[in-house]
Design a binder for this molecule. Structure first.
Ligand SMILES: [Fe+2]
Length: 440
């Protein structure tokens, strides 16, 4: 793509990009195919992961019935924690290690839930297959960043919210409790073998869940679209050494553009009306496209800042979520940073910020490169206000006194910050949190 200025290969840069994706089944009724797909992947004894809320919903029964019909035995773990922790990952791994131990052990994984559940199944698969000290596989510098030693058991991921895109990525995110930060495990071997995406699951979701998940989709697409171009990263020594977060590339751009267009068109409708099937199905498709894109490009500053916003939360209980512990849902913890972060990155690639705003439905006629930051920040703020998001980081309960701790947590997210189109250090992060405190 040397003809495209954005992807002109820098001195020592990587002229090649790699695309890895899960196999995908998408459409109403897809959950009824899970058992047959499991069998095709060679599963006979599957560990099925869900959470206590989803365990009460009919989707899980559909999946379990399809497994029974296909002759796949299941061991059900319904205690996956919403916003998982190192302890909850380890509990899930212990379950997977013990299930079917008298008859040869688990030979595959099925997850039915949001990103928390899917990530829990990824971690259980990893630690049950290749046992290790917990921090061994965790991203450096918090963990040792050890690569996954080989292939994992097949995992079928069935998302029940339209957001995380976790069904298409090799990333598992959790709270490292001792340090009060979110971090993750990232390796292409964690990517599920198949994603089964059934948009009918969207009909029962509360408004606040659709809104938070929708902003996660939006930010995956916009961050991947504005990430450092892959051709400015150092060339990889081998295909396997090329990072999953390889930066923006022409392939991820395709998914980002369509995900942004669909989000601009359908997010507000999907939040406002649970009966608007067209809007909710299109948000599910946008989530899939954005998930595939960010799984091969990588996100940057808004996600990097989100982990301490979620990890240090004190007394925030959003409507529509479990109220047994304070929490800031992932998409919410991302979007409260986004207007400030994109105002900051706009000068690195102004045209992409303007195009992103236009795809999201903003009027951009006459906008110049100098306007790019304001144009995108204004459209994001407009969408946040229309869908009852918190008014910035302050709306989640933080103040000036928290800025040092927030910035210290974010600066540990080097994998993400290195994917930004411009340099960002701890001093810039403090300024960004200050700018993100309040938008209206
Ligand atoms: Fe996300």
């Amino acid at each position: 793509m040397a003809c495209c200025h954005h992807y002109a290969t820098a001195e020592g840069g990587d002229a090649v990009f790699s695309v890895d994706v899960s196999a995908i089944s998408f459409g109403p009724g897809a959950l009824a195919e899970v058992g047959a797909s499991a069998r095709e992947l060679g599963m006979r004894r599957a560990a099925v992961f869900t959470d206590p809320q989803i365990a009460e919903l009919p989707f899980l029964q559909t999946v379990l019935a399809s497994c029974r019909a296909a002759g796949v035995e299941v061991a059900l773990f319904s205690e996956s924690r919403v916003e998982p922790t190192d302890a909850s990952f380890q509990a899930a791994a212990a379950f997977a290690q013990e299930a079917f131990s008298a008859s040869g052990g688990v030979d595959g994984f099925i997850s039915v839930g949001g990103g928390s559940v899917i990530d829990t199944a990824k971690a259980a698969n990893l630690y049950a297959t290749y046992p290790a000290e917990f921090l061994d596989y965790v991203n450096a510098p918090l963990g040792a960043g050890r690569p996954v030693p080989g292939a994992l058991k097949p995992h079928i991921a069935c998302p029940t919210t339209a957001g995380t895109g976790s069904e298409c990525t090799g990333i598992a995110i959790f709270d490292l409790k001792a340090q009060g930060v979110k971090t993750g495990i990232a390796h292409r071997a964690l990517r599920p073998a198949r994603a089964v995406i059934d948009p009918t699951v969207m009909a029962s979701l509360p408004q606040s869940v659709v809104a938070a998940a929708g902003f996660d989709v939006l930010s995956h697409a916009l961050e991947s679209f504005t990430a450092i171009p892959h051709s400015r990263r150092a060339a990889a020594a081998s295909p396997g050494a090329r990072p999953m977060s390889q930066g923006a590339n022409p392939w991820s751009d395709v998914g980002c553009r369509e995900a942004l267009r669909l989000t601009g068109r359908y997010l507000q409708r999907a939040v406002a009306d649970a009966g608007d099937i067209e809007a909710r199905e299109n948000m599910m498709f946008a989530a899939t496209l954005a998930g595939i894109a960010f799984g091969n490009a990588g996100v940057h500053i808004p996600h990097g800042m989100s982990y301490s916003v979620a990890g240090l939360v004190r007394d925030f209980y959003p409507p529509g979520y479990p109220d047994d512990h304070p929490m800031c849902p992932h998409g919410m913890s991302v979007i409260v940073n986004a207007p400030a972060a994109f105002r900051f990155t706009a000068s690195a690639c102004p045209q992409r910020h303007i195009e992103g705003a236009e795809l999201l439905g903003a009027e951009v006629r006459g906008a110049t490169a100098e306007d790019a930051g304001e144009v995108i920040a204004a459209r994001l703020t407009e969408l946040m206000r229309a869908t009852a998001m918190p008014n910035g980081v302050g709306g989640v309960g933080y103040g000036e006194a928290d800025i040092d701790a927030l910035a210290a947590g974010a600066s540990a997210q080097q994998r993400l910050l290195g994917n930004a189109p411009c340099d960002v250090g701890e001093a810039e992060l403090r300024d960004l949190y200050r700018a993100a405190m309040r938008y209206w």
